[in-house]
Design a protein. Structure first.
Length: 255
């Protein structure tokens, strides 16, 4: 007999998506404006200096990374902010007393993050299409690599939100891990421009392969690299297993 409360999971997902649209000025407009500012600035520089990266214009190279950066930041924030806020106002205790397991709460948050991440990516893609021609996107790989990135960062956000009780911890992880890994995983530059002594930072960074493959999905001639995807999937599975264990164990659920 299946004891999974699908109704409770769907209810949480609906509530989180409703809350996402309710706070559109923070969840949609703010990251969109940030992205557009990046694009306008770099588009101006690109037009003046005619920059190229990996055989394409710099703006064509940059935009996929910007879209992914905005989505993963929101994925981390969505789960971590939700859990810490629920703890601070006391509503998380209501979830714990309800006939729903902590694992179900975790998967409801992950699923809502996936839906929200897809929505943000489509919105950004639409507005950025005024700057770049996106006719060659392979959407099956676009959403595939986006999905993997969302799962990893929302799992990370779930762990931080579950074990932390203050905004200091949440913002520290964002400032000292999420932002640096976004900036240093090929968002703004190619591995080919690095000196040989620093390339190991990319080669042994699984998230770099997500960024690189996501960028390549903007080309219909994209070749699916099986070995790299094994590394990526293993990397994402570890994050899910670790997050599931933390929620199952109930470590520091109540202060």
């Amino acid at each position: 007999m299946c004891n999974i409360s699908f109704y409770a999971i769907v209810t949480i997902i609906k509530y989180r998506i409703k809350d996402f649209f309710k706070e559109y000025h923070y969840s949609i407009l703010a990251p969109l404006i940030n992205t557009l500012l990046f694009v306008i600035i770099f588009k101006t520089i690109d037009n003046y200096y005619s920059l190229t990266m990996d055989g394409k214009s710099f703006i064509d190279f940059l935009i996929p990374g910007l879209i992914l950066m905005v989505v993963v930041q929101e994925s981390y924030d969505h789960t971590s902010v939700t859990l810490i806020n629920m703890k601070q106002i006391g509503s998380f205790d209501d979830f714990l007393m309800a006939p729903i397991s902590r694992i179900e709460i975790f998967f409801a948050l992950i699923l809502s993050s996936i839906i929200i991440g897809f929505i943000i990516s489509v919105i950004n893609l639409f507005f950025l299409s005024f700057f770049v021609n996106f006719q060659n996107i392979d959407f099956k790989y676009f959403f595939y690599f986006l999905l993997l990135a969302i799962i990893f960062f929302s799992s990370l956000g779930s762990i931080i939100g579950f074990v932390a009780f203050s905004w200091d911890t949440q913002s520290s992880v964002s400032s000292f891990f999420v932002t640096p890994i976004n900036f240093l995983s090929g968002t703004f530059f190619s591995i080919n421009v690095l000196p040989e002594s620093l390339k190991f930072l990319f080669i042994y960074n699984p998230y770099y392969y997500i960024v690189n493959n996501f960028r390549n999905s903007f080309d219909l001639n994209y070749y699916f690299k099986f070995q790299e995807n094994i590394i990526i999937i293993f990397f994402v599975l570890i994050s899910i297993i670790l997050s599931t264990y933390v929620f199952h164990a109930g470590f520091r659920v109540i202060k």
